[in-house]
Design a protein around this ligand. Structure first.
Ligand SMILES: Cc1cc2nc3c(=O)[nH]c(=O)nc-3n(C[C@H](O)[C@H](O)[C@H](O)COP(=O)(O)OP(=O)(O)OC[C@H]3O[C@@H](n4cnc5c(N)ncnc54)[C@H](O)[C@@H]3O)c2cc1C
Ligand code: FES
Length: 386
């Protein structure tokens, strides 16, 4: 294919070429366009959104979908797999949590977020127990890199989800099946109990209607009358269900434990790392059992954290520094809360923190002493600069 052939396939290419010729000949007064780029960028990537809960849908005994509409009448487009960071003020603490958008990108009137209760969870319990239609929230715009790229991810996809990890994948499944996209998806969806499965009826129905979508629920603590596959999402089970893994691209989403269990299993099956995309929901359940955690720092230890020029606080070793700062009333910008986006960077002036694997600290952060506070745990007294 020549360059000319490629240009012929780009819609509007000739028109743009004509405009360039005219501008070169007669000149163009770009002042009339002032602010235009900023206006369009702001529409596509707004810093914050004002949302209102229009409906609360009960999905399972521990999960609800909050249907969010825009207060301004406009929601920016997103790609299936992305999340919004929902700002919440509860029990006197201003904090935030990321939630994947579970509705399809083609549904422009609302974003659905589907929240599963985390036992003792600070925000999920509040969202499930107290939020009702009409309540208002602010959130970030859609963000995140857990999404399908047709140039990189081929046409044979395997989705492995655990519990609430179904949400970004649900958006991709809805998009693929609603729009008849040319790719196939096999979903292996692990839950503890049959009653924990989110979107079960819809997933079954989509699998019945669409040849390119296969749905395999897997239950780890089945009831006597369970008719689904049982066990954990082990390499043996994955191989039995899929046959060959050759040429397939994997999307893995759920709590850290799912990732810790499934990655070695996929490795055993010979799936190359570059064929696995993953998103982990939430901080590790017990950071002190992380293999690299300093053994001399016991659970429950508190350290003094000085916030330069602002005050000080006492921080629990096993809690991300971001949470301790929020508890003490400090506002730190945050988006992913999982070490990926670097928005919560703070400068560590003295002391030590533990940063687990998965915290994507950049070389420049390391060089200049910045840490991602959502994925950094104090292991000595510290001083930070916000
Ligand atoms: C990209 C991404 C997408 C996600 N999408 C989804 C989704 O679609 N659905 C879903 O259900 N989950 C999703 N999650 C997980 C979600 O963001 C929360 O981690 C989850 O809802 C649990 O939050 P929680 O506040 O209930 O629990 P935690 O934050 O883990 O709270 C646990 C404990 O910490 C204490 N605590 C925490 N923060 C404070 C505070 N500021 N002040 C006082 N005490 C505090 C609480 O007392 C509690 O005991 C996603 C996570 C990521 C990273
Ligand atoms: S909020 Fe994204 S790295 Fe901390």
């Amino acid at each position: 294919m020549t360059l000319k052939d490629i240009h012929a396939q780009i819609e509007g290419y000739d028109r743009v070429l004509d405009e360039v010729k005219t501008a070169r000949r007669y000149g163009t007064d770009y002042r009339i366009m002032k602010g235009e780029v900023a206006r369009v960028l702001d529409l596509l990537h707004p810093r914050t959104l004002s949302l209102r809960v229009s409906e609360v849908i009960i999905e399972t005994p521990s999960t609800k979908t909050l249907r969010m509409v825009s207060e301004t009448g406009y929601l920016p487009p997103f790609e299936a797999g992305q999340y919004i960071n929902l700002f919440v003020e509860t029990a006197g603490v201003r904090t935030s949590r990321p939630y994947s958008i579970s509705s399809a990108p083609g549904m422009t009137a609302y974003y659905d977020i589907t929240v599963r209760r985390q036992q003792g969870g600070f925000v999920s319990e509040y969202l499930l127990e107290q939020v009702k239609p009409g309540d208002r929230f602010e959130s970030s715009g859609p963000a995140g890199q857990f999404r399908y790229n047709p140039l990189l991810h081929g046409k044979e996809l395997v989705f492995i989800a655990g519990g609430s990890g179904i949400t970004p994948l649900m958006s991709m499944i809805r998009e693929t099946t609603d729009r008849g996209l040319d790719r196939s998806i096999h979903l292996l969806y692990g839950n503890r109990l049959e009653s924990d499965i989110i979107f079960h009826d819809e997933l079954k129905e989509r699998a019945d209607r669409h040849k390119n979508f296969i749905y395999t629920p897997v239950i780890s603590e089945p009831s006597k009358k369970c008719s689904e596959l049982t066990g954990l999402l082990s390499g043996d089970l994955i191989k039995k269900v899929l046959g060959s893994v050759k040429g397939k691209n994997f999307f893995l989403c759920g709590p850290g434990a799912l990732y810790d269990y499934c990655m070695p299993e996929l490795e055993k099956l010979g799936v190359p790392l570059n064929r696995v995309r993953r998103e982990m929901f939430g901080s590790p359940v017990d950071i002190t059992s992380d293999p690299g955690w300093p053994q001399n720092v016991k659970k429950g230890t508190r350290f003094a954290v000085k916030v330069k020029g602002k005050g000080d606080l006492s921080a629990l070793a096993e809690e991300p520094l971001l949470v301790s700062l929020e508890r003490a009333g400090y506002t730190v910008p945050a988006l992913c809360r999982s070490g990926e986006c670097s928005l919560c960077r703070v400068k560590l002036l003295s002391g030590k923190v533990y940063q687990p694997r998965g915290a994507h600290v950049r070389a420049s952060d390391l060089k200049y002493g910045y840490i991602h506070s959502c994925a950094a745990y104090p292991v000595s007294d510290c001083e930070v600069l916000l």
